[in-house]
Ligand binder design. Structure first.
Ligand SMILES: Cc1cc2nc3c(=O)[nH]c(=O)nc-3n(C[C@H](O)[C@H](O)[C@H](O)COP(=O)(O)O)c2cc1C
Length: 325
């Protein structure tokens, strides 16, 4: 399939694996890229720019295909060494950067002057338009369904994607709730040029995370995610568990008086214990409603091949067939 996104990134299929904290290691990024999609290493999971440089080198050893690095701009007091991370990305010969979390304007000149394409992920049309104005190459439009941070507007992709199409000139992919060929074809119909998946890629053989996490996704239904940290205007969609229910109880009890310190035990610094050790009840980890559509743990190649084969059948038989009738 050829779209403006496959052309822009030099990839075979219009499928991107979004950056994911303590999931987006070189193993997953390389597997997605080797299967013809665009794999993405999560920059800030690497503790220092030197560690990121090593992770990029590992990925380069595992694939000849283009891959990207996610740079998330966090609402934290002590900012990570972003100049160092940007240098590691440029020096590592990375082709694509996925930015998220905040306006990436400051980092566009060094990245784009190095020939790197920037895809910015955001959750509203007004932020997408702003990103287009400052010169990003593409957008990833993240609907309310998404795993992770859906923003505070709560607009699902059935509305957000057509609104993006009406507004944007740069190509965009649909993100949030994407799992299979039905997602891809629907996203294309709504103006997207491809799709970005997070949760679906966690439940793959190559995702270098504990099997407990993959099994939890397979077992979950679309009713099993919760929104946490809404009172702090830092909403995150996570899979429910004992720690998350404890956190929500604190939010109910403390109301608008709640502070980050109150919930830190259930949200701060837990990812290594969840993703690497499989401790499933300690607190919040991002997961999309799309868990309800995930019932197996294929390889990335099996997943992507299946999506592309099924998409062809959907378009040629189901849709074309309806017209013929
Ligand atoms: C476990 C997990 C961790 C994530 N971490 C990040 C992150 O560090 N930076 C980021 O920009 N997006 C992050 N995301 C969001 C994904 O890149 C992607 O936008 C989202 O998962 C899409 O929704 P889906 O899960 O319904 O496919 C994360 C998502 C998950 C599930």
């Amino acid at each position: 399939m050829k779209t403006r996104i496959t052309e822009l990134f030099g990839i075979q299929h219009p499928i991107i694996q979004g950056g994911m904290h303590f999931v987006g290691f070189a193993e997953l990024a390389a597997a997605v890229s080797n299967a013809g999609g665009l794999g993405i290493i999560t920059g800030l999971t690497q503790r220092t720019p030197e560690d990121l440089a090593k992770e990029i080198a590992r990925c380069n050893d595992m694939t000849e295909k283009p891959f990207g690095v996610n740079l998330t701009f966090l609402p934290v007091v002590a900012a990570p060494d972003y100049p160092g991370y940007v240098k590691a990305i440029i020096d590592g010969g990375v082709k694509v950067v996925e930015t998220a979390g905040n306006n990436p304007q400051k980092w566009l000149p060094p990245l784009q002057e190095a020939g790197i394409k920037v895809i910015h992920k955001c959750t509203s049309v007004r932020h997408a338009l702003k990103a287009e104005t400052i010169g990003v190459d593409a957008m990833s439009i993240d609907g309310f369904e998404c795993g992770g941070h859906p923003g505070e507007d709560d607009v699902p992709n059935m509305i957000l994607l057509p609104r993006a199409q009406e507004t944007l000139k740069v190509p965009f992919v649909a993100s949030g709730g994407m799992a299979d060929a039905r997602s891809l074809v629907a996203a294309l119909a709504m103006g997207a040029e491809g799709m970005n998946m997070g949760t679906r890629f966690m439940a793959t053989k190559e995702a270098p995370i504990h099997d407990n996490v993959k099994q939890a996704i397979v077992a979950a239904s679309e009713l099993d995610t919760r929104l946490v940290m809404r009172p702090l205007r830092n909403t995150e969609r996570v899979l429910t568990n004992a720690g998350v229910e404890r956190l929500l109880e604190k939010e109910r009890t403390l109301g608008s008086a709640i502070t980050f310190a109150d919930i830190a035990p259930e949200v701060a610094g837990l990812y290594p214990r969840i993703m690497l050790e499989g401790q499933m009840d300690i607190g919040a980890w991002s997961c999309g409603m799309v868990a309800g559509l995930i019932n197996d743990i294929p390889t990335c190649r099996e997943l992507i091949d299946r999506i592309m084969a099924d998409a062809e059948v959907l378009i040629r038989d189901r849709l074309e067939g309806m017209l013929a009738a």
